[in-house]
Design a protein around this ligand. Structure first.
Ligand SMILES: [Zn+2]
Ligand SMILES: [Zn+2]
Length: 331
């Protein structure tokens, strides 16, 4: 059996800054060639493929990198549709069982509002997030996101995801804080704050301009530490799940994210929505360190320091007094 690899397979073996040394030199030399000087991929790698690598090779070898990258759009839509469902269904079917974990227990967001929110977000996905993803493909290629073999190690993936989360959190903090200036809030950010008691489906509910603005920091980490496209997929999925969790409206005990150092969580971001347009607190999207360093968590810490009874009384007097209905949305 003639066992030469064609250019398409060379694409799958393209090197990146994190590649093993054996693969660093030959893809460059072969950029204009039609075949690789190896009888098969195992010889090119110097070892047998792992099961995961075999699956990846079979799936991706015949697919252009553009379409691999475009998977992100499908993943984001799937995660947005499925991840908020468990809490939303539990709230509908067993509200008493989870009521004690509800952060703003007096607010019940009507199903009609959730459905309208879902429709709006899907529209934003189609007309803003999708095009942003597709148009950013040349940049993704330019920074060196790779699609080939070998697959990244778990350690490499974890290290890169750590960088992505910290970098995105920092830039997101400043952009979100800027969106709270009077003009930007009234014209752009106000939409996201319509839900004073957020629900999971409201995580990406925002003006399309905000979706694009706050989407950009998600690309800075991958530009600084480019990795495999699988890592990139995972990054967007995890960041999306994190946003849905912090907007879910419940502070469940023993949530795995509670064990992440400096992680904000649902209660932390819920307070930002609770205060609404007047909010000068809890701007960070993932961690708490930016708000702590720049002194924008003082309102939240004061709120938390109050005895529970007084806090509940204030919640009733201050927050709900401002609201014109019980939907968790400001009109
Ligand atoms: Zn805000
Ligand atoms: Zn929010």
């Amino acid at each position: 059996m003639p066992a030469c690899l064609y250019v398409q397979e060379e694409d799958r073996l393209r090197a990146s800054p994190f590649h093993l040394p054996v693969l660093i030199s030959f893809p460059v030399a072969l950029a204009s060639a039609t075949m690789l000087p190896f009888p098969n991929i195992s010889e090119a790698l110097g070892r047998n493929l792992t099961a995961a690598e075999t699956v990846w090779f079979r799936y991706s070898a015949g697919m252009h990198d553009f379409w691999l990258y475009a998977h992100n759009i499908v993943f984001l839509l799937l995660v947005y549709t499925l991840a908020p469902l468990p809490v939303a269904l539990a709230e509908l079917s067993r509200p008493k069982a989870i009521h004690r974990y509800k952060i703003q227990p007096k607010i019940q967001v009507p199903v009609a509002d959730v459905l309208r929110c879902y429709r709006n977000v899907v529209k934003t996905f189609v007309f803003a997030v999708g095009p942003l993803q597709l148009l950013s493909f040349p940049a993704i290629k330019w920074v060196g996101i790779r699609t080939g073999l070998p697959l990244p190690s778990a350690w490499e993936v974890a290290a890169q995801l750590g960088v992505y989360f910290v970098v995105e959190d920092y830039f997101n903090y400043w952009l979100h804080r800027a969106l709270h200036c009077r003009w930007a809030y009234e014209h752009v950010h106000r939409v996201h704050h319509e839900f004073t008691a957020p629900v999971g489906f409201a995580a990406p509910y925002a003006h399309w301009t905000e979706v694009l603005i706050l989407g950009l920091p998600a690309f800075i980490g991958p530009a600084i530490a480019p990795g495999h496209i699988l890592t990139l997929w995972l990054w967007f999925v995890l960041r999306h799940i994190e946003a849905i969790e912090t907007h879910c409206g419940y502070d469940f005990p023993r949530t795995p994210t509670k064990y992440i150092p400096f992680y904000g969580g649902a209660e932390y971001h819920d307070y930002h929505h609770y205060v609404g347009g007047k909010s000068h607190s809890n701007f960070a999207s993932v961690f708490t360190y930016c708000d702590y360093i720049y002194g924008t968590d003082k309102g939240y810490r004061y709120h938390k320091a109050q005895p529970v009874k007084l806090r509940e009384q204030n919640d009733a007097d201050e927050q709900y007094g401002e609201m014109t209905n019980m939907s968790g949305k400001r009109d």
